[in-house]
Design a protein around this ligand. Structure first.
Ligand code: AHR
Length: 497
């Protein structure tokens, strides 16, 4: 049988997790907002039109922060269209996704929704067609107490208390030619610097996220990060990363190893941040906001009616293989918790999302909801340094891929040690965990997602892909031992006796 050994010690940690790594994303795109989180008239809609069936699932996943309103959408968005009396709001052609935007949901509705969802906003400003003044005015509208034009406008719109939005994204994927107002790194770096400066002068308590490359494969990758950071360093706190992986059909082993790509991407961006830090002799460290990540391919090419309102687009139906890769990607984020402070599973509802809805009907959990929600619920605390040895494989793009991808998190408050382990091999794997300093901890839970065909999906009518309980691991003289099923996502919890 294949074997894996994890050696950890209570005293050796990577860092403490920032809850915000379990964030997600709602864009004005397809049915993410309209028919997703917001559907006045739906049987579960509350007095604000928010779907409470969807809110319940979001709360179950403990989503701490939600990025909004885009995505590509934000690069053409005038936030003024989405505030004030709904009957006066304009319908607009939305160029990023070829839809019509009714603007019946905007900044204030989103902030109200965030309160009900128990999450913080990660607000993006338009640096495509928008100006530094537009962005700064939005900060004043949202965060200034009152007594000025924009803060009084918010009050006139019925929101007396400032929204106190802490974290702001400076545009979206500005390196991509598909982006409205696409810029070179130097053009973007200057605009981001001046915009962030004015935003912070308006509210010095905010923090800002600079756009990094829209994916690691961009030809400008590296130079983009170094140039944009060099120009905006003093006014930004994070740099963004985005990645999506697609299609396991034909090469499952390679697909499941894609988390290695994500890991190398993170390490390269850290190197770029630290290069600029060194060059500037700065004391400030730029951290990472991995504010779009997921599997995305199932819905590619699905036709929709151009200029319709909230069409069915990007509605990926996830399968069991996606559970395994999403699990590995969560492990990667955790292993880099010392530098990745924010991350957003993209997106949250209907659009490449863990939660799906029918208009007027049910909301349900896609397959990937489970690793996401369980890791969010239990993967908080100190991530432990781990020496992992074990069986490996080679595939088309990667070599020395560990069969078992893992991470260990110690939650001091709950006195709980949690091991997340994905066995991406078709063979069982004997896992041994040698946990120094945890001698008085005993296994209390082994949750597993396994035993499904890789193509199996959850739908509105049937959700077969679910977590189940496995036999508790044994404590032997070698450590904590258990057999991980072939192709399985596992969460093993140990509690103090
Ligand atoms: O999440 C879907 C899209 O993917 C976002 O709008 C964009 O930022 C990315 O390319």
């Amino acid at each position: 049988m294949n074997k894996t050994n994890i050696l950890i010690d209570h005293n050796f940690t990577v860092g403490k997790t920032d809850d915000r790594i379990y964030g997600s994303f709602i864009e004005h795109l397809g049915r993410a907002v309209y028919g997703g989180i917001f559907e006045p008239g739906h049987p579960t809609a509350d007095e604000d039109g928010f779907r409470t069936d969807v809110l319940d699932l979001i709360k179950e996943a403990k989503v701490p922060i939600v990025r909004y309103p885009g995505g590509n959408f934000v690069s053409g968005y005038n936030w003024r269209d989405g505030v004030g009396p709904v009957e006066n709001r304009p319908r607009r052609l939305e160029l990023a996704w070829g839809s019509t935007e009714p603007n019946t949901f905007g900044t204030n509705e989103f902030m109200k929704w965030c309160k009900k969802a128990d999450c913080a906003p990660l607000m993006a400003v338009n640096l495509g067609t928008g100006t530094a003044e537009d962005a700064r005015a939005l900060v004043e509208y949202c965060n200034h107490k009152g007594g000025t034009y924009y803060s009084d406008l918010r009050i006139a719109h019925g929101y007396k208390e400032p929204h106190k939005i802490k974290t702001w994204c400076l545009g979206n994927e500005m390196d991509g030619p598909w982006q409205m107002g696409h810029k070179t790194a130097a053009e973007y770096g200057r605009v981001a610097c001046e915009t962030a400066k004015l935003m912070k002068w308006t509210d010095p308590s905010i923090e800002t996220v600079l756009c990094g490359s829209s994916n690691w494969g961009m030809r400008s990758f590296g130079d983009w990060e170094a140039t944009a950071l060099d120009l905006a360093y003093d006014h930004v706190d994070y740099i963004s990363l985005h990645t999506y992986y697609g299609d396991h059909h034909g090469d499952l082993k390679n697909f499941l190893a894609k988390s290695m790509d994500m890991e190398a991407f993170i390490e390269s961006v850290i190197a770029a941040c630290d290069f600029v830090k060194g060059k500037k002799h700065s004391k400030k460290t730029i951290n990472l906001s991995f504010d779009e990540w997921n599997v995305w391919y199932h819905s590619n090419g699905t036709p929709f009616e151009k200029w319709s309102v909230s069409p069915h687009i990007l509605e990926d139906v996830y399968d069991f293989a996606d559970v395994l890769l999403v699990g590995c990607m969560l492990n990667v984020l955790l292993r880099h918790c010392d530098r990745v402070k924010i991350a957003c599973l993209a997106q949250l509802v209907n659009v490449i999302a863990p939660i799906m809805t029918d208009n007027g009907g049910n909301a349900w959990k896609q397959t990937i909801f489970h690793p996401y929600a369980l890791t969010s619920q239990f993967g908080r605390g100190e991530v432990l340094q781990a020496k992992v040895t074990g069986s490996k494989y080679d595939c088309r793009e990667y070599t020395d891929v560990l069969d078992v991808d893992s991470v260990c998190v110690y939650n001091e408050e709950k006195q709980e040690l949690v091991i997340f382990a994905v066995n991406r091999s078709e063979e069982e794997n004997l896992l041994t965990v040698q946990a120094g300093g945890f001698e008085d901890f005993v296994p209390v839970d082994h949750t597993v997602i396994a035993g499904f065909a890789t193509d199996l999906t959850n739908t509105a009518t049937a959700q077969p892909v679910q977590p189940a309980q496995a036999a508790l691991p044994q404590k032997t003289e070698k450590g904590i031992e258990t057999v991980l099923r072939s192709m399985s996502w596992n969460m093993i919890r140990l509690a103090k006796k």
